[in-house]
Design a protein around this ligand. Structure first.
Ligand code: SF4
Length: 701
């Protein structure tokens, strides 16, 4: 009889597909977890092959310290490595103050790790300089959510509602490639008679399946949403009762929208007026409808306003605060949702509390056993923190991130990292960033440890340990425990994930993202629990709180219970094409690679499918530039030059080129991207910059 499989979750994207892992010779094999409701056993190639990284020959299995004599990373023992990190963090702090030590986390860390990392920064290091790579992914949608609804949860409803609504506008999202099992929700929507509208400058595999594909210029989705709202007003399609009863601020939002008449919007976006009308007819013609955004509208220097414009469309038509309708964000990273709730973000404390809120500081300081006055103030956002490295930030502890590949203006950020006095990196392989470190600490992977993640629905899930890690590898929690002990905190940093989660529950109690009623046992019994889930067990006659699959049905999370219209106007991207850089560049992901590729580029099957970067360009543009399919193409922006083979395709606008961002080296897309930040979310403008394109044999300058 074979050993029973252990139910767990994929290490990659925010869908957090359920999978079974069964110990096998030399590792684990993936088996179906057919009952898990989110993916019903389906996995994409990334998830199916994830165990290969566990036993990859390039896996790190012992600490590395950079030799002072050879300059190379050389094997070391754990005690020596942790001593070195602690000593260098103390030295930076002693010489330059607590903010000379930075901490950089990741949206793939479990809730327990994100919580412990935030606590370590604030309590042990007392630094304000902590942020994480989730700032690059979802923060504009989070900020727009907060502004409109008073609460940020990616989807305010379960995925299972999507097939039952009447129309979905999917803005800047390509689930057919980024999270394929999620596509079945949209397929079922259409089988049920619902309509799918996709907004994307590229005709992606998702757009191919849509009833209507709107193909705007990069960076013009805000104008597009305003144009649709204009038509809603002009055609008398407003839900006046909803606006009067459940919202505030409509008049200003209305004024902003009516100044964007359809012909103007066509000129800005390139989307013909008849298509705008068709979209409004589909969206308003259905009894229920949704708008879902992803990185397209969010990774812009006006991302928060862009998402607000789409939320305004939902509010004006009464598509919010009721079943089967609403606005949602399809979160990207594996724990993109939970990672932004529990304290690794510069302005945040656990439970989605704000670091500048005296009551929040007092509550969390009480759980941590410290004086609230000793907690630092909010620090810099991710790009600003990376940009400050080697300046007033002298030493960095980095966990679960690879900014040499994933940060915008990556060549500059690589220089900043190189200028640090000291860099320590926790990773599973020698990523491009780890290769620059002074100390590399090899840590456990998803299947070798237990911990919770929160998927794009706000469903808290339990990843279970299925296999022992290789000897010589420790968990991130063990690393933080070891460092804290060396820095004078013998207690307060347990290595048992459930013990950390129990403390997280207490720290989150009463906060916007309240996990206090969630336990590992409940997650197991209920296939995940949706937050907020207060601990109701103490109340008189109370049973367990059921969790909250659907938010805002009775009231929004604002002080007056009403959703807020935010008046927004179109504005150009930070960098528009001009005579020197006449084309748009937009970036994104491909089916067989994930984020910076640190893990997926180590899987032969995935590399065979997606072996390297490319430059997608329209045949008309290729003709104009004299570029043949497969020929090396140089793409130049004001920040640098990247070279990759041409992929000539009618699926992209003729004024735009696309590059996937998973690779380092000369094809690194983020060499080109613009770090212009959204003023509210501080999210960089990955999706739009101006470039010049030529055959790579031509002179670069
Ligand atoms: S869709 Fe996402 S969570 Fe599911 S298997 Fe693929 S990468 Fe993993």
């Amino acid at each position: 009889m074979s050993t029973p499989a252990i139910d767990t979750h994929c290490p990659y994207c925010a869908l957090q597909c359920g999978m079974g892992l069964r110990p096998s010779e030399g590792g684990v094999e993936v088996v179906e977890w057919a009952d898990f409701p989110v993916n019903r056993g389906a996995l994409c190639g990334k998830g199916r092959t994830a165990p290969e990284v566990l036993s990859s020959r390039v896996r790190l299995t012992g600490p590395l310290i950079r030799s002072r004599t050879t300059g190379r990373l050389e094997p070391a023992g754990w005690e020596e490595a942790l001593d070195r990190v602690a000593e260098r963090l103390v030295r930076a702090r002693a010489g330059h103050g607590p903010d000379a030590v930075g901490v950089f986390g990741g949206g793939g860390l479990t809730n327990e790790k994100a919580y412990a990392l935030g606590k370590f920064a604030r309590v042990v290091l007392r630094t304000s300089q902590i942020d994480y790579n989730g700032r690059f992914c979802m923060s504009s949608a989070a900020a727009a959510h907060q502004r409109a609804f008073g609460l940020d949860r990616g989807l305010p409803f379960p995925l299972e509602d999507i097939p039952r609504t009447g129309c979905v506008i999917l803005v800047g999202s390509n689930p057919a490639e980024t999270m394929p099992p999620a596509l079945r929700y949209f397929t079922r929507l259409r089988e049920n008679g619902g309509k799918l509208i996709v907004v994307d400058p590229r005709r992606t595999r998702t757009a191919e399946q849509a009833d209507l594909h709107l193909q705007p210029r990069p960076g013009t989705d805000l104008a597009l949403a305003l144009g649709l709202l204009h038509l809603v007003v002009a055609d008398g399609l407003l839900d006046e009762g909803f606006i009067a009863g459940r919202t505030t601020g409509w008049e200003n939002a209305r004024s902003a929208a009516i100044s964007h008449w359809p012909e103007l919007v066509e000129r800005i976006t390139g989307v013909p007026v008849p298509q705008l009308r068709e979209a409004v007819a589909m969206f308003c013609g259905a009894p229920d409808s949704m708008v879902l955004t992803a990185r397209g509208p969010e990774q812009q220097s006006k991302g928060t306003d862009t998402v607000s414009a789409w939320i305004n469309l939902c509010l004006a038509t009464g598509r919010a605060g009721r079943p089967l309708s609403g606005y949602g964000c399809l979160t990207g990273q594996g724990n993109g949702q939970g990672g932004r709730e529990h304290g690794q973000k510069a302005d945040q404390l656990p439970g989605y509390r704000k670091l500048d809120d005296p009551a929040a500081r007092a509550h969390v300081a009480g759980v941590w056993g410290v004086d609230a006055d000793d907690l630092p103030a909010p620090g810099r956002s991710a790009y600003e923190l990376l940009d400050a490295l080697g300046g007033d930030v002298k030493a960095l502890l980095l966990m679960g991130s690879n900014p040499v590949v994933s940060a915008p203006r990556a060549a500059h950020i690589t220089e900043r990292i190189a200028s640090l006095d000291f860099l320590a990196v926790c990773d599973v392989v020698l990523s491009e960033t780890a290769a620059m470190a002074d100390v590399v600490l090899p840590v456990t992977q998803w299947a070798e440890e237990t911990g919770t993640t929160t998927n794009l629905e706000g469903r808290v899930l339990l990843r279970r340990k299925a296999i022992d890690p290789p000897p010589g590898v420790r968990s991130d929690l063990e690393v933080l425990h070891g460092l804290a002990a060396r820095l004078g905190w013998e207690k307060g940093f347990p290595t048992d994930p459930e013990e950390v989660f129990d403390e997280l529950r207490r720290a989150s109690a009463g906060g916007p993202a309240d996990y206090s009623g969630i336990t590992y046992e409940r997650i197991t019994a209920e296939d995940g629990v949706f937050w907020p889930c207060p601990d109701a067990s103490a109340g008189a006659g109370a049973g367990a709180h059921p969790g909250t699959p659907r938010l805002f049905l009775d009231r929004f999370a604002t002080p007056d219970g009403r959703a807020r219209f935010i008046p927004v106007l179109h504005r150009p991207s930070a960098e528009e094409p001009d005579a020197d850089y006449p084309l748009y560049l937009t970036t994104g992901r491909v089916l067989a690679q994930y984020q910076s590729g640190a893990q997926t580029r180590r899987v032969p099957e995935l590399n065979a499918t997606a072996p390297g970067p490319y430059v997608q360009l329209h045949p008309r543009l290729a003709d104009l530039l004299g570029i043949a399919d497969g020929e090396p193409v140089a793409v130049t922006s004001r920040r640098g030059r990247a070279v990759a083979p041409a992929l000539i395709s009618r699926a992209i606008r003729a004024d735009t080129v696309f590059m996937p961002f998973h690779w380092a080296g000369e094809g690194r897309a983020n060499t080109l991207t613009n770090p212009a930040l959204d003023p509210t979310s501080r999210m960089p403008e990955f999706k739009v910059c101006a470039v010049r394109v030529e055959a790579a044999g031509h002179s670069p300058e």
